[in-house]
Each structure stands twice: as C-alpha cells, then as structure tokens.
Design a protein. Structure first.
Length: 200
C-alpha cells in the first residue's frame, strides 16, 4: 500500500516536472512555421547572452571558413524536433550526416569530412589543411610551443589517444561522430601554470 502510493506520487511529480519543462521550452524556443523543427533563438533567463552559440564557435575545415553562430544548430544537426518526443518535449533526432565528424579544440568545434576507415594521420592532415592552427593562443599567453604542423596534434575518442597509423574504427569511432577531441600533443605532457584552476 505504502509502495504503490509512493509510485503514484513519483509519476505525478514526473508529469508535473515535464509540464514545467515544456512551458519553459516553449518560452525560449520558436516553432518554425510549417515544420516540426524547433530552434533556440534566445538565451535562458539570467544568462549573459550568446544566442545559439556558446564557447568559441565553430569552423568548417573543408572550406577553411567560420560557421556562423546562427547556422551551428543546423550544421551539427542539433535542432530539436517532435520525431522522437519525450513526454511531449522535442528532442534531437539521431544524426543523418555520416560524412562529417566534429573535433573540439580549444573550445571551438571543427567540422571535417572524415570516415572510420581513415587513419588518424589522414584526419589530422585534413584538420590542419582546414585551419585548426587558428586555435593557437598568442605566443605570450601559452606555455607550450603551439600547433606548428599536423604532427603536433593528438586525436582522442573515449579517452583513447589515436596513433597516426591506426584507423579511426580501431578505436570504435562511429560514422558521423561529433564528440572527438583534437589537442596539442605538448599539452598532454605539460603541467598547467601555477595559477591554473587545475591545482585547486
């Protein structure tokens, strides 16, 4: 008797929370006319702004050009739809773009054509050709040499460092993966400066 009463309360709480979240989502999102897509158009209340783009933006490595903040959601397939709703709330559907991967480097996303049967070296070269060296901080503000050539990059997936001669699929990278890391190799072996939050 006690257990069933507790279950009912939990289900009711969940419904109530879902309704509150849906109301909040409706206020901060705009439904595209004539479609099921929902696009965020303004920052959450109390935020400092930034619109649809937070962090340091995104870069199209295939064309060596910035991806405009207002286009990021579409380019990276992050537009919520009602294709797979959760209790009436729009969600991000499974990705369809299997030709591009996204690498995070110094807070910026780099979109590049890459496939699981490519070697890590080939992907690094594509990123380098696409302008990833722009992630370097000014020489006076860094404690590493910075990216000078494609060999200075280390690619990571699921905490695994990828060897240049290995295929991405050897590390179980799926097609169209959007959560990879590209980092300056020297940073993996350099201690942060004394005033870094790392030491707190």
């Amino acid at each position: 008797m006690h257990a069933s009463k507790r279950t009912n309360v939990t289900a009711q709480d969940r419904r109530s929370m879902s309704q509150r979240l849906q109301m909040s989502t409706t206020h901060s999102m705009v439904k595209a006319k004539g479609s099921k897509d929902v696009v965020a158009t303004e920052p959450a209340a109390g935020g400092t702004g930034g619109g649809v783009s937070l962090g340091k933006g995104a870069w199209d490595s295939d064309n060596n050009i910035e991806i405009p903040p207002e286009a990021e959601a579409e380019v990276f397939e992050e537009i919520a739809t009602m294709d797979f709703p959760f209790e009436g709330i729009p969600t991000i559907p499974p990705r369809k773009d299997m030709d591009h991967m996204a690498f995070f480097c110094e807070g910026c996303r780099y979109r590049v054509t890459a496939y699981p049967d490519w070697t890590a070296a080939k992907v690094k070269q594509a990123l380098w050709k696409g302008g990833i060296e722009r992630s370097n901080k000014p020489a006076s503000k860094r404690n590493t040499p910075g990216l000078q050539k494609w060999q200075d990059l280390t690619l990571m997936y699921a905490c695994q460092h990828m060897a240049d001669d290995k295929l991405l699929r050897d590390y179980h990278v799926p097609p169209g993966c959007k959560c990879l890391i590209a980092i300056e190799t020297a940073k993996l072996f350099t201690k942060p400066p004394p005033d870094s939050a790392y030491w707190n």
